[in-house]
Design a protein around this ligand. Structure first.
Ligand code: BDP
Length: 329
């Protein structure tokens, strides 16, 4: 071989190796999260990232962007749909405006217990919801616990429906919550989670609602010390991958994503109950006033719930879906 031919062969070899290396190269993904480090959900996500990397022998690396660095939940859901963010963890309430079946999850008093919720999500309803989410551009990797949500207020506690009158309550970006607050007699205002503290400080809102863990981790308890345990809803969290990112994965990498997500959801189930107890104890110690369920007057609550359910159940198919949830053993 003359020297210029051998030179060309070497170059071709180097290029081929380069191409092959590229094919097998690591995929860097980002995961958007509004909670700060230290929130139990970030612990679960860290396990997801670790296991996803391990199960793909380092082919996929997930970078956790916590504390809302990549935007609020409405923005990051839009970015996951258009493929500019690979993975996001949001609350299902955020999907209500786009995914029909998921909107039912925000209806008040839907689940009898955590176990009931898990059986619904693991059953036919979950399959249907996953397919609808996929049509909206994302793959459901896992659902996570989010406990039950209750109201908290700054000036006076909520003990009955009458107390909502005249109050402005912060809500997530969800039509169901908008109607829920309006039906209760208060004024809803959509504010991204990470701006709620400021809204309390400036007096823009009188109340908000969340589970104990987020109430504590966000520091909202410092501005709204009355936590009224009405436990109106249990809307789960969801870990989603952009369909565009999913389509770039090999079948083995997809399985690894699902297995890693499943492991992290199982960890979250174990951690959640303790996290709730610890959060409740901490806010109490720091001066929050907890109004127990038994200290609240629920008169008229059925009428309010019926009106809300009637608005969202529009046809026989919707009714069947909601009855299916309720009848799940
Ligand atoms: C928290 C959820 C988070 C929501 C937040 C909220 O984990 O996804 O954004 O509530 O109320 O509990 O916006």
């Amino acid at each position: 071989m003359n020297s210029s031919v051998s030179m060309a062969a070497k170059l071709l070899g180097a290029m081929l190796i380069g191409c092959m290396a590229n094919l097998a190269s690591a995929k860097d993904m980002v995961l958007a999260e509004v909670h700060p480090d230290g929130h139990v959900i970030v612990t679960a996500e860290a396990l997801f990232a670790k296991r996803f990397a391990e199960l793909t022998q380092g082919e996929v690396k997930v970078d956790l962007k916590t504390g809302g660095k990549l935007g609020n939940e409405t923005q990051s859901w839009a970015k996951v749909r258009d493929g500019s963010i690979d993975i996001v963890r949001i609350n299902c309430a955020e999907l209500a405006k786009d995914v029909k079946s998921i909107q039912f999850l925000s209806l008040p008093y839907l689940f009898r217990s955590r176990d009931h919720m898990w059986r619904v999500l693991d059953g036919d309803f979950g399959k249907r919801a996953d397919a609808e989410v996929e049509k909206n551009g994302a793959i459901v990797l896992a659902y996570y616990d989010s406990g039950t949500r209750s109201f908290y207020t700054s000036k006076k506690p909520i003990r009955s429906r009458a107390d909502f009158k005249g109050m402005t309550i912060r809500i997530q970006n969800s039509p169901v919550y908008k109607d829920l607050i309006t039906e209760l007699g208060a004024t809803p205002v959509v504010i991204p989670y990470n701006d709620v503290t400021e809204a309390f400080k400036t007096g823009k809102i009188d109340g908000a609602e969340n589970n104990f863990v987020s109430y504590m981790e966000s520091g909202h308890y410092k501005y709204a010390k009355y936590y009224s345990m009405d436990e109106h809803s249990s809307v789960p969290e969801v870990l989603l991958m952009s369909k565009k990112s999913w389509d770039k994965l090999t079948p083995a990498q997809r399985k690894a994503a699902q297995d890693a997500a499943h492991e992290s959801a199982e960890l979250m189930k174990k951690l959640w109950a303790d996290a709730e107890v610890a959060a409740a104890a901490k806010v109490k110690k720091e001066g929050a006033v907890i109004i127990e369920k038994g200290q609240m007057n629920f008169t008229g609550i059925e009428e309010f719930a019926v009106r809300l359910y009637s608005k969202y159940i529009q046809d026989a198919a919707d009714l069947n879906l909601v009855l299916g949830i309720m009848r799940t053993k």
